[in-house]
Design a protein around this ligand. Sequence first.
Ligand code: ATR
Length: 277
Amino acid sequence: MELLGVIGNPIGHSLSPVMHSAAFKAVGRSALYLPFLVEADQLSQAIYGAQALGFTGLNITVPYKEKVLPYLTELTDEAEAVQSVNTIKFTEDRIIGHSTDGEGFMAAAEYELGYDFRGKTVLIMGAGGAAKAVTAALLNKQCQVYITNRTLERAEQLVHSLNRFGTQLEVVPLNSAALEPVMDEIEVVVNTTSVGMAQNLGQTPLAPSLLAPHQLVIDIIYNPEKTQLLKAAEQIGCRVQNGVGMLVWQAVKAWEFWWGITPPAEIMYQAVKASLS
Ligand code: ATR
């Protein structure tokens, strides 16, 4: 029996255990995937403990995706680029950190909408870890990316940390006057902020009047299934996508990293949707 799990704090809400367990059952893989609530001062013990116990791998979630870096022996290029790890693989003597968040984001839109991001112009709302992972993946697809964020300095820091992409990446202040001139060329709008989740359910991260029908609007929030932003975008005539796909596809990409095999994504979608409803 292989052992895997997800480490975070809080962890009770994580859908990773049901998603991975459903896929193990579907393909007949003898593996156990558990959620682990770990305190910050126990993080290194948790990682080394899992290694000592012979775990195959771990997922890492909020708030440890960056804090886990010192305990790893190496990083993949994807993790190195964003200095963030959501997937760990244990080998005989190594602890390898990888990030599947960016790949998962892109794969979800490719799978659900047949969308090809190559060369597109994208507006990202938010400048946290999720924004960074999505932005790095988009830049690798030669996208032009604009970042807007409540705290402008944080957006500037994000751009600075990915500065090898030069003018492919720019900051726009989060106000209608600054955004309006660029909205015409925007093909995809992505919300990576928490605006629209339970604590600010009816709010949108930008004024819906800025949206236009030709745009694809993606919210990486999956609970609620349809945020106020997506509802407003749909009314305008935009194509929309919620965060379930990114959640599923970052997990699909984790399997590819652990075992080099692709799990049944559809089974994972069903498991997530059943848990959410
Ligand atoms: P994650 O790693 O999941 O992306 P994070 O680092 O906490 O999470 O980032 C959350 C993002 O949501 C940030 O861009 C944050 O904006 P600030 O940098 O200004 O904090 C954004 N955010 C959270 N609450 C917000 C709100 N009420 N209005 C606008 N933006 C908000």
